[in-house]
Design a protein around this ligand. Sequence first.
Ligand code: ATP
Length: 457
Amino acid sequence: MSKQVPEKVDMEKIVSLCRRRGFIFPSSEIYGGLSSCWDYGPLGVELKQNVKQAWWRAVVQERDDMVGLDAGILMHPQVWKASGHLEGFTDPLVECKSCHLRWRVDDLKDNKCPSCGGEVTEPRLFNLMFKTFMGPIEEQASVVYLRPETAQGIFVNFQNVLNTTRKRLPFGIAQMGKAFRNEITTGNFIFRSREFEQMEIEFFVTPETDQEWFNYWTTERLNWYVNLGIKRENLRLRQHTKGELAHYARECYDIDYLFPMGWAELEGIANRGDFDLVQHSSFSGKSLDYFDEETKEHIIPHIIEPSAGVDRSVLAFLCDAYDEEIAEGETRALLHLHPSLAPIKVAVLPLSRRERLVQAANQIYADLRQCWMVQYDDAQSIGRRYRRQDEIGTPFCVTVDFQSLEDEQVTIRERDTMNQIRIPISELKTTLQAKLEGEDLFVLPPGGSIWKGGESG
Ligand code: ATP
């Protein structure tokens, strides 16, 4: 077995794998696609759900100081006035006088059109929010916006959550969901699209502890990616310069990932101070303060916001997991996805299509499906079937052979090492559970043995 892939996978390989194996398709493909919109296929939807579940588990389920929320995509238009999005959520744009493509000013090369080299117009401001109308009449008074971030749903529900959960500072609210931005320069696959999903935390703290919590969340969020398998050397923290800081932020760090096109933002962590609660309080006329029982004072909490993109995380996990090596004279492409993220946890592979074998394999398949996403595959040679599972990141294959009918044992084959063990069917579920949670393959259940058989067949 030898390594074949370059250090950094190129995006084409990832796009092609996603298309070919049903992770991600271009939106409305039969009509020629819709620019910068993507559909998640059968494997993609599993991977994406697993990413979201891992996040929810880490930031809500396992913590005592966080609760969840799921606010609507459409919100009162005043929200966007208060937040500054109606005024400030704009990119300066230029238009090419020859090919009429529009560009962000920071994407220009020598003030020329990056596509045809043509002359460009003066910059104009362009609002990134999608507009629509509420109700039957399309008039200015009924304009609403598709939210460009999930965060505002949290701020406007601050008092509701406080009153119904009896949480005390410091505590946080987490939310994931769709956001929409009429981005000008898109591209790089799902890195920047017009419809995407965010996973956002707003963590409310007393003003004097904001720095401490800012540092805490920066480390915590970086570790989340590392614990789910992203190589540390492919992640970096980048502090925003004063000129770069958003209007609401006192301090901001990006967690950047080394994507195929270079370092780019995966998640932003911002110290938003009291900006949001003060703004919404003044625009709504409702008090959004907090009564501190200890000091007997009303205060406006400060907010630390770790804001991540689901789609960018999916892309980073895919890029980081992709690998190629030479195994038994052939190229083996594989995804070293963390077991908790892998779309399919186990594949059941009968060695042949003979009826008795198929019956036994089907029974195992039905049984394992109660616990995990499992695939059944009986087409082509066993070697080919292993490769198919490797390529989609399935951590374990269970092979059912003729001997299984005699000794009631099956083989478990591990994706990364291609090592195999043979164990009693009665021990299969508990063994797989332990292996998926990270136990070494060679820790054997009673009656198990190390399998010396080959890979291909
Ligand atoms: P960028 O500078 O790349 O446009 P941003 O700083 O505007 O991103 P934020 O407003 O901080 O992004 O949004 C938080 C997170 O939401 C980002 O870190 C990213 O993961 C995700 N995100 C933002 N815009 C998009 C998009 N158009 N497509 C996919 N994900 C996005």
